[in-house]
Design a protein around this ligand. Structure first.
Ligand SMILES: Nc1ncnc2c1ncn2[C@@H]1O[C@H](COP(=O)(O)OP(=O)(O)OP(=O)(O)O)[C@@H](O)[C@H]1O
Ligand SMILES: [Mg+2]
Length: 390
């Protein structure tokens, strides 16, 4: 069987993954307000990190300390390993796109010129800047005929796309987005979120995204930082871990608020798409197992197709005669019983598996395939959308 995509659970093995780092960062305003309190946090390269929390909890302040629009009172903010306070702010910001609510477009410039703003500032000639702008408009899904219009002649959702295109114009490795979609209606918002995920799958930027909507955070974030008022980081984890293992009552309440992610435990896993996974049998040829697993993981089964543990393809012997034995196995997590379990069982299986693929079994305990956290969360979102519409 071929190996299913490893998705968000795949381990990163090369290079430094830290793109932005907060080390013991405080921000106190002159009136004594503590906006950010001892923030320690690493934003990974090429991932979407979401800052979420109630109004006034320090999300915007934290975000703006990355591009030095706000300076920390104490502690250090590093971008790509360098202290932002030791860099020229203009230079720093060249590598950091910034998108805000209401897009913040220049009202008296055309859409094309709005998008071309940064390249022009960087000294590109007009023709090249406009060509780049036209390319970006296409990338974010804006029709070419909008190029000559002014911001007021666009819908809110279209304006946000222009804001995203403008921030991407100089191809910065880092993109900061402060509640970029909060001024548009829910339907447009959802399509902008989908677009952002599509863009990100192509561009692989390091994105820090601020919202106070937990659903948006769960949908967009590879990692989510939940802040509480007083500028304290309450929890920083992947969406799946936040949902199933909230660090405290505050996070539990925030995550579950109104919507009941705890409802996971009441929703059947029926209809959940089961993916493939590489499997090998205990006692079979190690060399063949390695061919089956490739660079990824393979699940080891006994003769009744019951899961015994995992092996990594790259670690298997290619010696003739070597076989898969039980000493080599890496213990698996919980199993998802497709005949009886809820979405919660499916999510637990995915999160507890060393490979990132949860093991799905039938009522007799035989392996039928795999399940990922993403698939479970999508199913949950779809189920909730259905409920909202009825
Ligand atoms: N210039 C300032 N002087 C004093 N206090 C400030 C200043 N700017 C922000 N604050 C305070 O710092 C705290 C954090 O503000 P921040 O804008 O970071 O919150 P936020 O999480 O982005 O909130 P929201 O969701 O409402 O945008 C708030 O209590 C705010 O009132
Ligand atoms: Mg804010």
């Amino acid at each position: 069987m071929p190996i299913a995509a490893t998705g968000k659970g795949s381990p990163v093995t090369t290079g430094d993954t830290r793109m932005i780092e907060f080390r013991g960062v405080d921000k106190r305003y002159p009136d004594g307000t503590v906006a950010v309190d001892q923030l320690d946090l690493v934003v990974e390269n090429g991932k979407v990190t979401v800052f979420v929390g109630p109004s006034g909890c320090g999300k915007t302040t934290s975000l703006r300390m990355i591009n030095r629009m706000i300076e920390p009172t104490s502690g250090t903010v590093l971008v790509d390993g360098k202290d932002v306070m030791k860099q020229d702010p203009a230079e720093l910001r060249r590598g950091i796109g910034y998108v805000i609510q209401q897009a913040g477009l220049f009202p008296h410039r055309t859409i094309l010129d709005n998008v071309a703003t940064v390249p022009l500032l960087l000294g590109w000639d007009k023709k090249r800047a406009r060509e780049r702008a036209a390319e970006l408009m296409e990338l974010v899904g804006l029709a070419p005929e909008m190029a000559a219009r002014y911001p007021a002649q666009l819908s809110g959702g279209q304006q946000q796309r222009v804001g995203v295109a403008r921030a991407l114009a100089a191809d910065p490795p880092v993109l900061l987005m402060d509640e970029p979609f909060s001024a548009v209606d829910p339907v447009v918002r959802e399509s902008l979120q989908d677009e952002l995920l599509r863009l990100q799958s192509e561009l692989g930027k390091t994105i820090v995204f601020v919202t106070h909507d937990i659903d948006e955070a769960i949908k967009l974030g590879d990692k989510v930082a939940v802040f509480r008022v007083g500028g304290k980081l309450a929890q920083y984890d992947s969406p799946g871990v936040l949902l199933t293992r909230p660090a405290d009552d505050f996070v539990d309440g925030f995550v579950g608020r109104d919507r009941g992610y705890r409802g996971l435990g009441f929703r059947s896993g029926d209809g959940l798409p089961i993916g493939e996974l590489a499997t090998v049998t205990l006692g079979s040829s190690s060399k063949a197992a390695r061919a089956e697993a490739g660079d990824g993981w393979a699940l080891v089964l006994d003769n009744d197709k019951r899961p015994q543990g995992w092996v990594r393809g790259a670690e298997l012997s290619t010696d003739e005669g070597a076989v898969i034995n039980s000493d080599q196995l890496i213990a698996g997590g919980s199993l998802y019983d497709t005949s009886s379990d809820t979405l919660r069982g499916a999510l637990d299986a995915a999160l507890s598996s060393p490979s990132g693929l949860g093991v799905a079994v039938d009522g007799s305990g035989a392996v039928v395939g795999s399940i990922t956290a993403d698939v479970v969360l999508e199913k949950l979102a779809a189920a909730r959308a259905d409920e909202d519409n009825t």
